[in-house]
Design a protein around this ligand. Structure first.
Ligand code: ADP
Ligand code: NI
Length: 215
């Protein structure tokens, strides 16, 4: 299909300078996971889900100097100029502008099934073996410590303080990754999150034992 392929090309190009955990391979996994969840939930508009998954990170402010809303606006503009009907383009814009974990501090309304599915897929890709790899890759990209037992865990109350964190990567497991299981939207997402969650918990346990020279 023309529009989807064009959107994939647009995303690939835009995500080129992102770190290995946020580049096109991440969005491609989110696309596959979204389709799988949609199939099992037997619900949701396929085109809106596909386009939202493909374009969801194009305006990520970790890699893109601009405003938080740029991603959804850029996607919407692109989709309209490629002939997508306004209603669907606005749906994609909303999803992209609200999908991020850092946005969960704000109240959210209008969470469509398409929104819930793509958000679950994005969160699943932050968990499990891939989630561990992405966290350490991002920590390395930011030159953060892997672990510092003296660095206290933070309870972020808003988007800004979460974004400013300089915490070691192990802290990110407690501050975000371990919370995701309870935040899944769909039954399918919740089920898929179980194994990935347990895998991360086991990993952090072993990491700490090895760090202390216990095993
Ligand atoms: P979202 O995709 O919901 O916007 P983020 O972009 O904050 O969430 O995080 C995406 C992924 O990037 C995380 O799941 C993690 O792998 C990595 N990441 C982000 N912030 C950190 C951090 N402070 N330490 C380690 N990894 C991080
Ligand atoms: Ni993402």
């Amino acid at each position: 299909m023309g529009l989807l392929n064009d959107s994939i090309e647009f995303a690939r190009e835009t995500l080129k300078h992102y770190d290995a955990g946020h580049n096109w391979s991440h969005s491609e996994r989110v696309l596959k996971l979204s389709r799988k969840i949609r199939e099992l939930e037997n619900n949701g508009d396929l085109l809106v889900i596909d386009l939202s998954a493909v374009l969801h990170d194009i305006g990520d402010t970790k890699f893109h100097a601009g405003e938080e809303e740029d991603g959804g606006d850029m996607a919407c503009e692109f989709l309209l100029s490629h002939g997508l009907e306004d209603e669907k383009a606005q749906q994609v814009r909303y999803i992209i502008n609200h999908i991020s974990f850092k946005k969960h501090f704000e109240e959210q309304v209008g969470r469509s099934i398409e929104f819930q599915i793509v958000q679950d897929a994005d969160r699943l890709d932050a968990m499990g073996a891939i989630g561990i790899a992405r966290a350490f890759n991002y920590g390395g990209y930011k030159n953060r410590a892997m672990y510092d037992p003296d660095f206290p865990l933070q309870a972020y109350g808003d988007t800004e303080s979460y974004k400013k964190s300089e915490a070691p990567t192990i802290n990110h497991f407690y501050e975000k990754l371990f919370k995701l299981k309870a935040m899944m939207n769909t039954n399918t997402g919740r089920r898929m999150a179980e194994e990935r969650h347990e895998y991360m918990v086991g990993f952090v346990e072993k990491f700490k034992q090895e760090w202390q020279g216990l095993i």
